[in-house]
Design a protein around this ligand. Structure first.
Ligand code: HEM
Length: 473
């Protein structure tokens, strides 16, 4: 929900932005995303809208996003105080923090994720293990119709669990089910009108009954679980060989226990674990879910991917990350799924760290900023065929994979997705393993399949559906 109630006053901005009446007319007819893009087209790359009485600056277009998020990266690196996100992290961890705390937590997370990738069991191994479980689960459906949503969430969440908690869960484990259910509800509410309303009027909405109240209780219980996991490790970590993300953090806690201003404490650990679990589950699993839907909608594309996998990988071994180079069409399809679905149209809202001048505007410290990633992902100047699903967007004339800097689905600048490397590994290995083993078919003819997302706000939630998986091995 966007309420366009006016433009910046002269005291805050040197230049004028949208006229009140024309902006309002736009909102009544179109969805938020379309409104934002239209406004940007009409008023340029810096636009101010008002969410009730809060001004929000929208930055759109590749050049403006590069200039601000990279060129003025430090200034634009804050994270907006989004009430629903704050509710789950209490201002700790990495996703919702800014400044010193954020920098410490981000550096620690990136290094630790990288180390787990290189040491002991590689991240690739963990993903492959889950891909194998997933394929087995789907085989059990024996060709009858099923909904892949939960199976995909389970598989992706288990990869994070294996990294963070050091072990995977059985799909029926009640604790695992509870954590997943909480993440699913969290994203569903975050992307719903209720979530938008809460983000604008948190105190007021808290007074009313609704799904959000149960969610808040569940979030507390999920934090409690993470806390118990951390406490259980306090006296049981081998300093030379931490086995999981929590153990690596506990070692840092011990190392810095005499520093009064240390950021290595339980509050940060619990929120960090929640950040990884929540940001890393729904995003990746719903991308794979959408990828399968697009394969059913475009059987010719599915067939070409399967042919390529057959030629390069064959049927006798599982795909590996090394195969990616040799699977340009498949790689292009995965990129195009992500580009066309535009999962996070406004990234995660940023906040100005200090008063900053950009392009003649002075944006005050603390202002909320939406980096409009959508504006780059559908810019006709940057893509061959921006408005529909077309893997050619990532292929050159010789059929080789063609990288494009405008592929900003993971964000741009200092706050880009911390799990990008993991997400890319997961998308590639899950997608190729699934198409190596099955052909996916819808319950209705392809032309009747609707591939539009169900919710369109903070995130664009792809549809759930039932399908058939016809075994090919
Ligand atoms: C298809 C999968 C994914 C997509 C499209 C995606 C996209 C994004 C985007 C757009 C942002 C915000 C960037 C910004 O604020 O400018 C973000 C942040 C983040 N993502 Fe992801 N993400 C994905 C998977 C993951 C995974 C697997 C993890 C877990 C390891 C993860 C963890 C995070 C975290 C912790 C942040 C906050 C980073 C910060 O504030 O510094 N994401 N992601």
């Amino acid at each position: 929900m966007i309420l366009l109630t006016g433009s910046w006053s002269e005291s805050t901005l040197k230049k004028e932005v949208p006229d009140r009446r024309s902006a309002r007319q736009g909102v009544s007819k179109k969805t938020k995303r379309v409104v934002q893009r239209k406004l940007s087209k009409k008023y340029g790359s810096v636009v101010t809208i008002w969410l009730a009485n809060t001004p929000v600056v929208i930055i759109s277009g590749y050049e403006a996003l590069k200039d601000t998020m990279i060129g003025l990266g430090e200034e634009f690196s804050g994270r907006a105080d989004y009430p629903l996100i704050m509710k789950s992290t209490l201002g700790y961890g990495v996703l919702s923090t800014s400044g010193h705390r954020w920098k410490q937590m981000r550096k620690f997370s990136l290094t630790t994720l990288k180390n787990f990738g290189m040491g002991r069991r590689s991240i690739e191994e963990r993903v492959r293990e889950e891909a194998e479980y997933l394929v087995e689960m789907i085989k059990k459906c024996e060709g009858s119709a099923f909904s892949p949503a939960d199976m995909l969430s389970n598989a992706v969440a288990n990869v994070i669990c294996s990294i963070v908690f050091g072990h995977r869960f059985e799909f029926e484990d009640p604790q695992f089910k509870f954590l997943l259910q909480t993440v699913n509800t969290y994203f569903a509410i975050l992307s719903s009108p209720l979530g938008q309303l809460y983000n604008i009027f948190p105190r007021l909405v808290s007074l009313f009954p609704g799904k959000h109240n149960q969610l808040f209780k569940d979030l507390e219980e999920a934090r409690e679980y993470c806390m118990l996991e951390a406490q259980a490790r306090m006296n049981n970590v081998d300093p030379s060989c931490p086995q999981d993300f929590i153990e690596a953090f506990v070692l840092k806690m011990k190392e810095e226990k005499d520093k009064s201003d240390t950021e290595y404490h339980f509050d940060n650990l619990v929120s960090l674990v929640w950040n990884l679990f929540s940001a890393g589950t729904e995003t990746t699993s719903s991308t794979i879910r959408h990828a399968l839907l697009l394969m059913m909608k475009h059987p010719d594309v599915q067939e070409r991917v399967q042919r390529e996998i057959d030629e390069v990988v064959g049927k006798d071994r599982w795909p590996s990350i090394e195969d990616r180079q040799k699977l340009p069409y498949t790689d292009a399809v995965i990129h195009e799924v992500q580009r066309s679905m535009d999962l996070a149209p406004i990234a995660v809202p940023h906040k100005m760290m200090c008063d900053t001048e950009y392009n003649g505007y002075v944006i005050p410290k603390g202002t909320m900023v939406f980096p409009l990633l959508s504006s780059v992902l559908i810019d006709p100047k940057l893509w061959k065929n921006p408005n529909c699903f077309d893997p050619e967007n990532f292929l050159d004339a010789d059929g080789r994979f063609k990288k494009n800097d405008a592929f900003v689905v993971f964000g741009i600048g200092k706050r880009t997705c911390l799990g990008e490397a993991l997400a890319r590994t997961e998308l590639f290995l899950f997608f190729t393993s699934l198409l190596q083993h099955f052909t996916f078919k819808a319950r209705v003819p392809p032309e009747e399949l609707d591939t539009k997302p169900t919710n369109c706000s903070f995130g664009r939630m792809p549809r759930t559906y039932e399908c058939y998986a016809i075994p090919s091995i």
